[in-house]
Design a protein around this ligand. Structure first.
Ligand SMILES: NC(=O)c1ccc[n+]([C@@H]2O[C@H](COP(=O)([O-])OP(=O)(O)OC[C@H]3O[C@@H](n4cnc5c(N)ncnc54)[C@H](OP(=O)(O)O)[C@@H]3O)[C@@H](O)[C@H]2O)c1
Length: 326
C-alpha cells in the first residue's frame, strides 16, 4: 500500500510517499481502507518528535480517519467487513490502510460523507466532553472560545450554541472571526488588535465569562484567567501557542472559579459509555443541521505534508483533510 512516511523527525516537507507493507489486524483490531484522514495539531508535533508518543520509524502521521472496514480480528464482534467507520488511530492515518483497536472505531452516521467523518471525531469529541462533562455548560451561560476558528475551537463554538450558551469567539484575524461568526458565534474578539480581557469585560458587563475554552495557552491563557466570572470554569484544552502557562491561583480563589483539565482521549478510554452517549448527541445534532463541520481544504495523500505545515503555520481554518480515495 501507499503511505506518507516519516523516516526521521523533521519538518513536514521531509515526509515521503512510498510503497510499504499492508498492516495486519491483531485479534482486537479492525483493518480500515482509508478514504480520508483528518489533520490535527498532534500531527505537527509527532513528525518533529515533540509529541507524547514517538512511534518507531518509519511511520505515517494521521491521528484520525474515515473509511471502510476490510478485515476484523477474531475478538472483534461489533464491526463487520464493509462497515463505514470513523476511527482514532493516533498515527498511521496518512496511508491507504490502517489497523486500529476496535474500541477506537465508531460506525459513521448516514448523514456524513467520508471527508466530514474524518474531520469530526477528534474535534467534536474533545469539545463535547469539555463543555459537557468538564464544564457542565448551562443554557444562558457565557462561553468564551479562544482559537475559535481552529479545529477544536470551531467545534466548541457550534456545540456551545447547540447547548444554548451565548458564545464569544476570539481569534487572531478578522477572516478567522468571520468563520466563527458563520458557525453561530454571538460576539467576536480579535485578540491581534484588541485586549481580550477588556473586551470580555465589556461584553459581559464586567462579569466575565462563565466558561472559557482554551486550546491556545501562553499569553492568552494569562488574560483569560483574568476574564473568568464568579464560579467560572477555565478549560485547559491545549497549548497551540507553544507555551504552557502558569497560574497565580489567587485569581481562582477570588472568583470561586475552577481550572479544569480536559483529556478527551483518556476520557473516551475510561468512560466508553459516556463517550458513546456524547457521540449519539453529536450525531443527532449533525443530522438536524446544528453542526456543520467546516473542511476548508482537502489535500492529496502525496501532499499531506503541506496540510500539516499549514496547521503548524497557523494558516488553517476549520479542518484540513487528506483525501486518500477520490
Ligand atoms: N485536551 C484534549 O483532549 C485535546 C484534544 C484535541 C486537541 N487538543 C489540543 O488543542 C489544540 C488545538 O488543536 P487543533 O487541532 O484544534 O489545532 P488548530 O486547528 O491548529 O487550532 C489551533 C488554534 O490555535 C491558535 N494558535 C495560536 N498560536 C498558534 C501557533 N503558534 N500555532 C498554531 N496555532 C496557534 C490558532 O488560532 P488563532 O490564530 O486565531 O490564534 C489556531 O486556530 C492543540 O494544542 C491540541 O493538542 C487537545
Amino acid at each position: 500500500m501507499k503511505a506518507l512516511l516519516c523516516k526521521a523527525f523533521g519538518p513536514a516537507d521531509t515526509l515521503i510517499l512510498e510503497e510499504t507493507d499492508n498492516p495486519h489486524p491483531k485479534a482486537n483490531e479492525v483493518l480500515i481502507d482509508v478514504h480520508a484522514a483528518g489533520v490535527n495539531f498532534p500531527d505537527t508535533l509527532i513528525i518533529e518528535g515533540k509529541y507524547q508518543f514517538k512511534p518507531p520509524f518509519p511511520f505515517a502521521p494521521g491521528g484520525e480517519v474515515a473509511g471502510v472496514v476490510s478485515a476484523v480480528g477474531e475478538k472483534v464482534s461489533h464491526l463487520q467487513v464493509g462497515a463505514r467507520v470513523m476511527a482514532l488511530t493516533g498515527w498511521g492515518g496518512f496511508a491507504e490502510q490502517v489497523a486500529v483497536p476496535a474500541y477506537n472505531v465508531l460506525s459513521m452516521p448516514d448523514s456524513m460523507d467520508f471527508i466530514n467523518a474524518a474531520a469530526f471525531g477528534m474535534t467534536y469529541g474533545t469539545s463535547m466532553h469539555a463543555l459537557s462533562q468538564r464544564a457542565d455548560l448551562q443554557p444562558g451561560e457565557t462561553l468564551l472560545v479562544l482559537g475559535a476558528s481552529g479545529g477544536v475551537g470551531l467545534a466548541a463554538v457550534e456545540i456551545g450554541k447547540a447547548m444554548g450558551a451565548r458564545v464569544i469567539a476570539a481569534a487572531s484575524s478578522a477572516a478567522k472571526l468571520d468563520v466563527a461568526k458563520q458557525a453561530g458565534a454571538d460576539e467576536l474578539i480579535d485578540y491581534s488588535t484588541q485586549s481580550l480581557k477588556d473586551e470580555v469585560k465589556r461584553l459581559t458587563n464586567g462579569q466575565g465569562a462563565d466558561v472559557i475554552y482554551d486550546p491556545v495557552g501562553g499569553d492568552l491563557f494569562d488574560q483569560a484567567a483574568r476574564s473568568i466570572a464568579w464560579n467560572g470554569r477555565l478549560l485547559v484544552v491545549g497549548f497551540a501557542s507553544g507555551r504552557i502557562p502558569e497560574l497565580p491561583v489567587n485569581l481562582m480563589l477570588l472568583k470561586g472559579a475552577a481550572v479544569v483539565g480536559v483529556f478527551w482521549g483518556s476520557f473516551a478510554q475510561r468512560h466508553p459509555a459516556d463517550n458513546a452517549a456524547n457521540f449519539a448527541q453529536l450525531f443527532a445534532w449533525h443530522a438536524a443541521g446544528k453542526l456543520k463541520p467546516l473542511v476548508s481544504e482537502t489535500f492529496a495523500l502525496a501532499n499531506g505534508g503541506a496540510a500539516i505545515d499549514a496547521l503548524a503555520q497557523r494558516k488553517a481554518v476549520g479542518k484540513l483533510v487528506v483525501q486518500v480515495v477520490d
